[in-house]
Design a protein around this ligand. Structure first.
Ligand SMILES: Nc1ncnc2c1ncn2[C@@H]1O[C@H](COP(=O)(O)OP(=O)(O)O)[C@@H](O)[C@H]1O
Ligand SMILES: [Mg+2]
Length: 468
């Protein structure tokens, strides 16, 4: 601005000088010129000079205008990109000024701190509409450059950091980043309805702003806890049979082998514990193979009723001494797109649990129905049920409910984890509902295959009982 003012003065002085020279030269060269002629010549000269100066000024002006337009277009594009990135980020971003007012936040931050998402949308571009994007982009750049902090958007002025969170750790991290101009990294926990943990990185952002980025690490922490518990449970599950095997084999070696009264019983127990270890190890390797995607599923249309009947038959032969009654109602025509062996593994695990955690003379009922291209299969029992605290965890690896541990039922605690992964590998979902003392219902979905044609049974749409 100063530069332009200086130029205006310069041009004015130059024009004045030229005019003085011109007048002097004219008077010296033509001392007898009439007043009218002198005025006419002066008017012509001034007109020519004004024309030339205006043309020059206009040229410079349009050059400057083109440059401003080019810069604006670049800024708009950059800001639109930045606003788009902020809007799609899963991490919460909050920019705070030196008065601890929130200058900018994105939608993720709005969700974390329960701020108005519509206001975040005002600051951060949304969707593809160019108009709001330009407005927000300008606000964004102005806020970021700190040029219009007083004229920042309404939403930016409305919130202070303490409105978003009263957590002293977060507030002091921003304060330190603003005062000491150093980046700060810390973990914060927010104990609202669902307990969440965040890794927070706060960094000074030039001028008197600081940016805080909130990474949600709740899920990572949960996985870490599950992993720790898995190894703790694994060593416990392996140690129990191993201790028994060591103790019994030592007893046999130190003489009991010649004791005809006990040696067979000891060997029998040894065999039982070794079998249990073997089952555990094979379940673990099965699970890790499924988890790492090493198992290939051969998806084919499978008649669900036949698969259920086979599983029930196998289970009844293995649990001949059981008094739990198993029944099933599966439409005869219902076919699912599944790997037959894996489908049977899913069904076996669920029905086995339903029998194992049942009461004497209880019952298990298997149902299936088709709904919107999916088969919904349920295994319902009249057993001990699952407590509300165990319910969300039963699908975790090696997790066994307290009741089942104390009842000393056989099993590795891996059955349901295998079921979950197999169902997911088939593109389905598994869920459980249960009432302690009254029984549980495990439900999973599979993709239904095209209807079987040409069977006489397919004519009857009603559910029919499997002889089990
Ligand atoms: N039908 C059921 N009724 C009650 N509890 C169940 C049922 N199915 C599973 N559970 C609970 O879930 C836990 C995990 O099941 P699972 O993974 O199959 O392990 P396992 O059968 O080896 O104990 C069981 O230990 C038990 O506490
Ligand atoms: Mg089981």
């Amino acid at each position: 601005m100063k530069d332009i003012e200086r130029r205006v003065w310069l041009v004015t002085f130059a024009a004045l000088l030229v005019f003085v020279i011109y007048e002097t030269v004219k008077t010296v060269l033509f001392p007898h010129l009439s007043l009218i002629s002198s005025h006419t010549i002066t008017v012509i000269v001034v007109a020519v000079m004004t024309f030339l100066v205006s043309r020059y000024a206009l040229g410079r002006y349009s050059q400057a205008l083109a440059e401003v337009q080019r810069q604006t277009a670049i800024t708009e594009k950059t800001n639109r990109l930045m606003a788009g990135v902020l809007a799609t980020m899963r991490e919460g971003v909050v920019i705070v000024n030196s008065q601890h007012g929130i200058a900018l936040y994105n939608e993720a931050a709005a969700r974390i701190f329960k701020l108005r998402e519509t206001d975040a949308a005002k600051v951060v571009a949304q969707g593809s509409s160019p108009e709001p994007a330009r407005d927000t982009a300008n606000e964004l750049s102005e806020n970021l450059l700190g040029r219009s902090q007083t004229a920042a958007s309404d939403s930016a002025r409305e919130y202070r950091l303490t409105d978003a969170t009263r957590d002293p750790a977060i507030n002091s991290a921003f304060r330190r980043a603003l005062d000491e101009k150093t980046p700060i990294e810390l973990c914060v926990e927010m104990a609202d309805r669902e307990h969440r943990s965040f890794q927070l990185n706060v960094a000074p952002l030039g001028g008197d702003l600081a940016v805080g980025v909130f990474f949600d690490i709740t899920q990572l922490e949960r996985l870490e806890r599950v992993r720790r518990e898995f190894f703790a449970n694994l060593s416990h599950e392996l140690r129990t049979p191993l201790t028994a095997i060591l103790a019994y084999s030592e007893t046999l070696l130190t003489g009991a082998i010649d004791d005809p009264e006990h040696n067979t019983r000891f060997l029998d127990t040894l065999y039982k514990h070794a079998t249990r270890m073997n089952e555990l190890i094979s379940d673990i390797s099965d699970l890790s193979a499924i988890e790492s995607g090493q198992i290939e599923l051969t998806l084919k249309p499978v008649n669900l009723r036949r698969a259920v009947a086979d599983v029930v038959m196998l289970l009844e032969s293995r649990r001949a001494d059981n008094t739990v009654k198993i029944t099933a109602s599966v439409p005869t025509h219902l076919r699912v797109q599944a790997d037959r062996t894996r489908l049977e593994q899913i069904l076996y695990n669920l029905v086995d649990n339903a029998v194992k955690f049942n009461r004497p003379d209880g019952s298990v009922h298997i149902t299936a129905e088709e709904s919107e291209g999916h088969a919904v299969i349920s295994v319902q029992d009249t057993g001990v049920g699952i407590s509300a605290s165990d319910l969300p965890r039963v699908f975790e690896r090696l997790y066994r409910g307290d009741k089942s541990r104390s009842r000393k039922t056989e099993g590795s605690g891996l059955g349901l984890a295998i079921v979950k992964h197999l169902v997911q590998a088939h593109g389905g979902e598994v869920s459980v509902s249960s009432e302690l003392g009254h029984g549980s219902r495990f439900t999973f979905t599979l993709q239904a295959a095209s209807q079987e044609t040409g069977t006489t049974e397919s004519a009857s749409p009603e559910m029919s009982a499997v002889d089990a």
